[in-house]
Design a protein around this ligand. Structure first.
Ligand code: C5P
Length: 216
């Protein structure tokens, strides 16, 4: 029965856990389309920032969802700390999450399957996904990775600030009332704290293969 189910991979986890890199590698490996759902929340944030709108207003943030087609998802500004901070705040609004739901569900529901990464893929967007991974790492390791990423893009940042920001985002993501960040009951845990990128990708591939074999 499960052989005919489309291959949907749900990859969730906190900021800078490595989930995006893993999701991209899995999509390449299985020849599946990939959606970084964090980019949608970031696009709403950038839209508020660029075209005006108050991020403290749930109504204005939800209205900005209708402007995100004007944002190029390859725009480098989406990756900035400012935009990430706003995204983390507006993602707690139920109206924003509801307005972004269909786009993500449609992507997850396409015939050939898909890989999506985010915070609530395995719990809300694609609860029937064939494989769910919850990718995590210690806050210290994630702060180091975020710092290295910022430096590589020519931006300056301080370790303590980045670590505080990571902890604040974790708290907001895990503490919100709608679709909080939580490991789905049927998700496999992958802690990448002690792994480099290659190790994390090969462990993710191994876990997916184990799940697919069990599901066959
Ligand atoms: O993953 P990324 O850091 O790009 O996501 C930006 C913000 O969007 C996160 O801080 C998180 O609060 C939010 N987000 C979410 N649900 C998702 C993806 C991202 O709430 N599925």
């Amino acid at each position: 029965m499960s052989l005919t189910r489309p291959l949907v991979l749900a990859i969730d986890g906190p900021a800078a856990s490595g989930k995006g890199t893993i999701a991209k590698a899995l999509a390449r490996h299985y020849g599946l389309p990939h959606m970084d759902t964090g980019l949608l929340y970031r696009a709403v944030a950038l839209s508020l920032f660029r075209f005006g709108g108050d991020a403290a207003s749930e109504f204005e943030a939800a209205r900005a969802v209708h402007e995100i087609d004007k944002i190029d998802l390859a725009d480098d500004e989406l990756k900035s700390e400012i935009v990430g901070g706003i995204a983390s705040r507006i993602s707690a609004y139920p109206a924003v999450r509801a307005a972004l739901l269909e786009k993500q569900r449609a992507f997850a529901g396409q015939d050939g399957g898909a890989v999506l990464d985010g915070r609530d893929i395995g719990t809300v967007i694609a609860p029937d996904a064939r494989v769910k991974l919850f990718v995590t790492a210690s806050p210290e390791v994630r702060a180091e990775r975020r710092l290295a990423e910022l430096f590589s893009r020519g931006m300056s940042a301080h370790h303590d600030e980045v670590l505080a920001d990571i902890r604040a985002r974790d708290e907001r993501d895990m503490g919100r009332s709608v679709a909080p960040l939580v490991q789905a009951a049927d998700a496999m845990l992958l802690d990448t704290s002690e792994m480099d990128v290659e190790q994390a990708i090969s462990e993710a591939l191994r876990l997916v293969e184990v799940a697919l074999t069990a599901d066959a």
